[in-house]
Design a binder for this molecule. Structure first.
Ligand SMILES: Cc1cc2nc3c(=O)[nH]c(=O)nc-3n(C[C@H](O)[C@H](O)[C@H](O)COP(=O)(O)OP(=O)(O)OC[C@H]3O[C@@H](n4cnc5c(N)ncnc54)[C@H](O)[C@@H]3O)c2cc1C
Length: 262
């Protein structure tokens, strides 16, 4: 089973800073982690390899420091890694991100692509589905249980929905997005951490992908982030403990009037 996992390095939630000029996240020099949903994706890839054999390749697009996120995946047990890094990729929206990933993955052989449900910084959940569309393969998002029939080259996945779950059968290759509860990600062992430094991390630039700089990064993005700001903290509401309906209604009207809402 040839499995590719797309992972993203994200800022530690406590360290989020926005560049006042480009309105994009400051990533350089900010403590960062492997996107938590991608840990479920890496773990699932390792379990599929343990059951069916094969190879796990992890791919990320990011600044040079994103190498740390790949090292964590290699320490968990992934076989090799690809780092797409180039100033031309900076400021990419989800379309430009999926496009760059698509160009890299088209050069690989794969049966399954795994992504996280979403990244905890951009939070769009768009890259996985966009990547599947760009590659022209089916997608199953919000996967919470996965069974592979390697002989028949097909997968049966349980997909979480708002009111329960769907059971989907699909031919390989397929792209899945992983949710919390799909599995319990392993913690890298000391051996794993040490062997990770010996595993291949291949770096690819825009030129290596053979892509024009204007098709990736901020230039290749359709989404323009106009402004990023922290929303006003919500004002504390009031609790009406009045049990008499008439009096309670009176209190509500009084509150709405004070707030000039009526
Ligand atoms: C606050 C904020 C708001 C943003 N809003 C938007 C927006 O509305 N529209 C927009 O187009 N862009 C937006 N962006 C930019 C967006 O974050 C980037 O395009 C980003 O690379 C991908 O989108 P995402 O973070 O939402 O990832 P998601 O689509 O949520 O990520 C889903 C999965 O895709 C994979 N993935 C995502 N990024 C990478 C990567 N760089 N390398 C490898 N795999 C990856 C991972 O498996 C991840 O779990 C925003 C960024 C920030 C910080």
């Amino acid at each position: 089973m040839r499995i590719v996992v797309c992972v993203k390095q994200v800022p530690e939630i406590t360290e989020v800073r926005i560049d006042p000029v480009t309105h994009t996240l400051v990533r350089e020099g900010v403590p960062s982690i492997l996107n938590p949903f991608d840990e479920f994706a890496v773990e699932e890839a390792l379990r599929i390899r343990e059951k069916h054999g094969g190879e796990v390749t992890v791919v990320t697009m990011g600044p040079p420091q994103a190498r740390e996120a790949l090292l964590k995946c290699l320490a968990m047990g992934a076989d090799r890694a690809i780092l797409l890094t180039d100033r031309a990729f900076a400021g990419a929206d989800t379309w430009a991100t999926a496009y760059a990933l698509c160009l890299a993955i088209k050069r690989l052989e794969y049966d399954i692509i795994l992504c996280g449900k979403q990244a905890i910084d951009g939070d769009t959940g768009q890259v996985g589905p966009m990547l599947a569309e760009s590659l022209g393969i089916p997608q199953i998002t919000f996967a919470k249980k996965v069974e592979i029939d390697a002989n028949a080259s097909k997968i049966v996945a349980h997909r979480e929905t708002e009111d329960g779950h769907e059971v989907i059968e699909c031919r390989l290759p397929v792209l899945l997005t992983a949710i919390k509860g799909l599995n319990e990600p392993r913690i890298p062992s000391l051996m794993g951490v040490m062997s990770a430094t010996k595993k291949e991390i291949r770096t690819m630039t825009a030129a290596d992908l053979g892509v024009k700089p204007e098709l990736v990064g901020l230039k290749g993005s359709y989404t323009e982030v106009v402004q990023v700001f922290a929303p006003e903290p919500r004002k504390k509401g009031i609790v009406i403990t009045e049990t008499d309906p008439e009096k309670a209604a009176g209190k509500i009207i009084e509150f709405l009037q004070n707030e000039s809402l009526i």
